[in-house]
Design a protein. Structure first.
Length: 364
């Protein structure tokens, strides 16, 4: 009788298969694009030399400080546009030919760029994000591993208000969203979030802060004998108090915080659940370890997840491009560091899936 493989054995076999495939199928392609990278690096260097010489001549003949500032700004713009144009062309080629082949080595997974594979209604149900009205996607993946379907999306969420000089853009989220099918269905909602993350829909901190600001406006208006400010303050206080009440009514069962078994985990993350018993059943020490590994693998500043019905959603704020095989035209494509980063990102997701597949106790 064959002995069941441990999670470490599964991980080691996956890594060996990946690097064997990489050497056989990907290395020749990398060799081809490495030559192109060097050519592009030379082209940019030539542009930089000419632009710098022109700038030096410009500054030498024009000693006016305002004109020198204009020259420096134009120089910076030209260099930035040139670098992005030259680099982007290479990155697009690598993604189209190399990335799709590389992810195939990791199982049944497809690269589907710039599509809403995770719909907005699912994001709303997770309650991991505050209100947004603008969304864009970069790399998106869809696949199946170990019998469970998953979706990965590099997503940018913003709340845009006003127009012209009054236009305001608030960044709600910028990073990667991962949606995994679970082998069981949860009866209540459970959320984990990095401490200090206020961009959670059910987090009342923003509303409380606005109510407090309204009270401050009323007090200032009273002290300054400004009737208009008092009126504005009372209006805002009523509106946001009603919003807070509606939010409480919408939540059929209010979420309460949990203290988990791992003290280090409690220091870094907040955990909330509508059902304390089910919440502790879901967030085991093994899950906490994998969650921290996922956080580390993506180099994220904030990580959060939600158990919703038969799905688990992870949201990792990164503020950087992920799933890239090239760091730029001045970095060798043969550098194993970037390949390892790519592998670690996907592997960390697979570790999470392995957990939900192997642990039959998940769900009630």
């Amino acid at each position: 009788m064959l002995k069941n493989k441990t999670s470490r054995q599964i991980k080691n076999e996956r890594m060996l298969d990946f690097y064997r495939y990489y050497e056989k199928e990907i290395s020749p392609l990398i060799e081809k694009y490495e030559g192109e990278r060097k050519i592009r690096a030379v082209i940019f260097t030539v542009i930089a030399i000419f632009a710098t010489c022109f700038l030096a001549t410009y500054i030498y003949h024009l000693l006016s400080f305002p004109l020198i500032v204009v020259g420096l700004v134009l120089y910076a713009i030209v260099m930035l546009i040139s670098y992005r144009f030259i680099t982007r062309g290479l990155q697009n080629k690598i993604k189209k030919e190399v990335l799709q082949k590389l992810i195939c080595s990791l199982g049944n997974i497809n690269w589907i760029p710039e599509k809403n594979i995770i719909d907005n209604e699912m994001l709303r149900q997770s309650e991991l994000f505050s209100t947004y009205n603008t969304r864009s996607n970069d790399d998106t993946f869809e696949g199946e591993y170990n019998g469970l379907s998953f979706k990965i999306s590099e997503t940018n969420l913003k709340q845009v208000s006003g127009s012209g000089r009054n236009r305001r853009v608030d960044r709600v989220f910028n990073g990667v969203i991962i949606l995994i099918d679970s082998n069981k269905t949860t009866n209540s909602k459970t959320i984990i979030a990095t401490k200090g993350d206020q961009n959670i829909r059910n987090n009342a901190t923003g509303t409380i802060a606005t109510i407090f600001s309204s009270i401050v406006i009323i007090v200032l208006g009273y002290l300054l004998e400004d009737t208009f400010k008092i009126g504005i303050g009372i209006f805002l206080l009523i509106v946001f108090s009603l919003l807070a009440l509606c939010q409480k009514i919408d939540n059929e069962k209010e979420m309460s915080s949990m203290d988990l078994e791992d003290p280090e985990f409690n220091k870094k993350y907040n955990a909330y659940s509508q059902d304390q018993i089910e919440g502790r059943y879901l967030i085991t020490t093994s899950f906490m370890e994998r969650f921290k590994n996922l956080h580390t693998a993506f180099g994220t500043t904030k990580a959060k997840c939600a158990f919703v019905g038969d799905k688990i959603m992870f949201a990792l704020s990164t503020h950087k491009n992920l799933f890239e095989l090239s760091e730029g035209i001045f970095c060798s494509l043969k550098d194993p560091k970037q390949t390892k980063v790519f592998y670690d990102e996907i592997s960390a997701i697979y570790d999470i899936i392995d957990y939900f597949k192997l642990d039959t106790k998940i769900g009630l």
